[in-house]
Design a protein around this ligand. Structure first.
Ligand SMILES: Nc1nc2c(c(=O)[nH]1)N[C@H]1C(S)=C(S)[C@@H](COP(=O)(O)OP(=O)(O)OC[C@H]3O[C@@H](n4cnc5c(=O)[nH]c(N)nc54)[C@H](O)[C@@H]3O)O[C@H]1N2
Ligand SMILES: Nc1nc2c(c(=O)[nH]1)N[C@H]1C(S)=C(S)[C@@H](COP(=O)(O)OP(=O)(O)OC[C@H]3O[C@@H](n4cnc5c(=O)[nH]c(N)nc54)[C@H](O)[C@@H]3O)O[C@H]1N2
Ligand code: SF4
Ligand SMILES: [Mo]
Length: 680
């Protein structure tokens, strides 16, 4: 008898799909599909997860704990028992803390799973109680979050379902078909009803190819475009005077600031013709409802927070928030008002030997943290839900750090990643199909619960269980270390926020997916209600600025002469950061770099040639595709390749820098100057 079970896709994707899986009497899963009854999943999955069972049952899955026997990074290990592995880890963490202070221990995790228990639950309690350094989890979105908060005060967003009502949709640094495909049906519906769909992106991706217009903007210059749109809108009196008067502050100062940002000046900065900027601004201001889907692509830049902030001021200027189908979406996650403080228990730091709040280490600066940080230096690193040897910027420095003989490294993983190769101990982890977790989303407003659908293979264990067991070995006696997964879910639901009214564990078990208790329709700023102290959207014109990124053609001229190409490394359509990097087809996709014919010709580069990209930080080898999908001066290679599978052992994060964005601490991944040469 085959039964059907429910699950939730845990990958780091806005869509957080509701899944159905067939399971036979032996417990083996077959046929993974999207839940047809889920309002966002709508019965379909992206290509990568439709085939997730390949990964689930891959012969490359890690099934037993391992201890390193070779050199760091070499990847030679021998199996050991869980007891031996946990004893070893507990002893090393204790001696490290005793000798150097507990802050010498650094956790390193990101969103390998979006499950809250396995991503930010027992692990947080454990490291807080130990007094370990706290990790500032900036690698992805914190810059955009900071920019959005500057504009709106609270990071609420348009509902995805409302895009169907829009008459103009702008995908701004958002590769919807690649990274957020469950928004697409709503866009198709809107277009069927006459909506226009525009894309603002330095490259022509899948989404841009299907758009009514593609504006090829230069990387990191979005704030210049947004300021020029404000110029046109105010100059032509197209702002929503009522909304501006009722719900914004500082319109008078705004003209003083944007007056200088005429479309010609913005055209020079962005590479988008001035007339196109004028037309876009007019159309945006005069079409209702108008929706902007801005995604994290725009904020992986030195000017990322300013980009998001200026873009997020546009809907207030034209009153788009009033309309069903109008407004902006960056992330819906802020509406999930879960009781995370009670889950994470930062107060346990006071019970730690440290006795105070531990220092905060920016994960985007891992290279520096492992090679330069002092008082104390990082002596033990515990990695889970992340693959920093592949995904962190300035790979060279990260690797130098991971290679340190005096660094004790634990990696909890499903696959033998580059990071796992540097581990002293590798612990085999369950997948989302095998453990319980609670899921928020950053592209919709449904809270979801998943129970194990499949048995855990081999000796794999969930992160939650590993940290419970480590806590016991370390002698942490607080009752919270005995909390079950269900206890932790109840804790998360317990904060009393009205958006969680009526949502219980029992209801989640029965319904799997529950809409947050938001007003329907949810129009967060239709009547103001911004999260600023004034309650209004504050333009604060004096602090709106655009200056070109240092690593751009208009930035540091010495750099730009030596390294004249602007490299962007956006997401690969058919993988998920490094999660599927072991697959041959993903490796082939992420081995490519697209270069414009006018940049390729003088370098003698043709499609299929092996090229070396280099800058002062390092180099890597890729295969050229010569095409007009990028503008002159821009090259693009999809992220993230497993370095160890490339011919020289390097991937594009050899080239990216630890220079941070303007606010929020995220890396400026997409402002990266390089030179390219053909290999003979
Ligand atoms: N298939 C797939 N889906 C994914 C992921 C994946 O790896 N693969 N990763 C997940 C994760 S972790 C995240 S954070 C989200 C991110 O989702 P997105 O933000 O949609 O993805 P990105 O590729 O980072 O950037 C989107 C687009 O921004 C463009 N871009 C780059 N620089 C600029 C710029 O300066 N200005 C503008 N206007 N556009 C720019 C890129 O070319 C890209 O097409 O996707 C998630 N979904
Ligand atoms: N050049 C460049 N670099 C980038 C980006 C880019 O666009 N360009 N994007 C950046 C962004 S936006 C992000 S979010 C980061 C992503 O960085 P990461 O979050 O590190 O990347 P992932 O590959 O999504 O997940 C990492 C690992 O988590 C493991 N994992 C999954 N589930 C579990 C689990 O339940 N337990 C344990 N122990 N492990 C699990 C997976 O096997 C995978 O190897 O990369 C960043 N790096
Ligand atoms: S990766 Fe995204 S689109 Fe694909 S199944 Fe998971 S949540 Fe859905
Ligand atoms: Mo991300």
């Amino acid at each position: 008898m085959t039964s059907t079970r429910h699950s939730v896709c845990a990958l780091d994707c806005p869509d957080a799909c509701s899944l159905l899986i067939n399971v036979d009497e032996t417990g083996r899963g077959s046929r993974l599909r999207g839940n047809p009854d889920h309002p966002i999943t709508q019965g379909f999955l992206c290509g990568k997860v439709a085939r997730y069972l390949d990964r689930e049952y891959s012969p490359q899955r890690l099934l037993a704990p391992l201890r390193r026997v070779g050199a760091k990074g070499e990847g030679r290990f021998e199996p050991i028992s869980w007891d031996a592995a946990l004893d070893l880890i507990a002893t090393r963490l204790q001696t490290t803390a005793a000798e150097f202070g507990p802050e010498a221990v650094l956790p390193y995790s990101y969103a390998g799973t979006m499950g809250i228990l396995n991503g930010a639950g027992m692990d947080r309690r454990f490291f807080h109680r130990l007094g370990a350094s706290r990790l500032d989890r900036t690698i992805c979105s914190s810059t955009g979050g900071a920019g959005l908060t500057e504009a709106l005060g609270v990071r609420y967003a348009m509902e995805p379902e409302h895009f169907r009502h829009a008459k103009l949709i702008v995908a701004w640094g958002a590769n919807i078909l690649g990274t957020n495909v469950h928004l697409w049906p709503f866009i198709v519906e809107a277009r069927r009803n006459g909506a226009k769909f525009y894309v603002i992106d330095p490259r022509e991706n899948r989404t841009g190819k299907l758009a009514d217009r593609h504006y090829a903007i230069r990387p990191g210059t979005d704030a210049a475009l947004a300021l020029a749109m404000m110029h046109v809108i105010i100059n032509e009196g197209l702002e929503d005077k009522q909304y501006v008067a009722d719900h914004t502050l500082g319109i008078d100062g705004l003209w003083g600031k944007v007056e200088a940002w005429n479309p010609r000046r913005a055209a020079e900065a962005t590479g988008i013709p001035a007339q196109d900027i004028v037309d876009l601004a007019r159309e945006y201001a005069t079409t209702r409802p108008a929706a902007i889907r801005v995604n994290y692509g725009v904020q992986r830049s030195e000017r990322g927070a300013m980009s998001v902030r200026t873009i997020a001021l546009l809907p207030a200027l034209v009153g788009a928030w009033r309309d069903l189908g109008g407004g902006l979406q960056l992330s819906t996650s802020a509406a999930f008002q879960l009781n995370r403080p009670a889950l994470e228990r930062a107060d346990l730091q006071l019970a730690s030997p440290l006795g105070r709040e531990a220092r905060l280490v920016n994960m985007s600066l891992l290279g520096d943290a492992l090679t330069k940080l002092d008082q104390p230096p990082v002596k033990a690193l515990v990695v889970y839900n992340s693959n920093p040897a592949a995904i962190a910027p300035d790979q060279n420095t990260v690797r130098q750090g991971l290679r340190r003989e005096d660094l004790f490294t634990v990696v909890m993983e499903q696959f033998q990643t580059d990071t796992a190769d540097f581990a002293d101990v590798v612990l085999p982890s369950t997948t989302f199909l095998e453990h319980t977790d609670l899921y928020y989303a950053y592209g919709h407003h449904y809270l979801q619960l998943a129970r194990p659908a499949l048995p855990a293979p081999g000796d794999t264990r969930p992160n939650t269980e590993v940290f419970r067991q480590l806590a016991a070995r370390m002698g942490f006696t607080e009752p919270c270390f005995q909390d079950s997964d269900d206890d932790m879910i109840r804790t998360l639901l317990s904060g009393g926020h009205p958006f969680l009214d009526g949502i219980t564990l029992e209801r989640l078990d029965a319904e799997h997916s529950v809409r947050l208790n938001l007003p329907t329709p949810f129009l967060p700023f239709a009547n103001g209600g911004f999260g600023t102290s004034s309650g209004k959207c504050e333009f604060r014109a004096e602090s709106l600025v655009y200056t070109p990124p240092i690593e751009s053609r208009a930035g540091d001229q010495d750099l730009a002469r030596r390294f004249p190409l602007e490299l962007i490394t956006p997401k690969n359509d058919d993988s998920m950061n490094g999660t599927f990097g072991y697959k041959d087809e993903v490796d082939a996709q992420t081995a490519k770099v697209v270069i414009h014919p006018l940049d390729a010709a003088p370098r003698g580069i043709q499609t299929g040639d092996q090229v070396r990209l280099r800058n002062d930080r390092g180099e890597c080898l890729l295969i050229a595709e010569v095409a007009e999908k990028v503008a002159v001066g821009v090259i693009s290679s999809p992220a993230v390749r497993w370095p160890k599978l490339s011919p020289d052992g390097n991937s594009t994060n050899m080239l990216t820098s630890q220079r941070l964005a303007d606010l929020g601490g995220s890396p400026a991944f997409y402002n990266c100057l390089v030179e390219a040469e053909r290999l003979d």
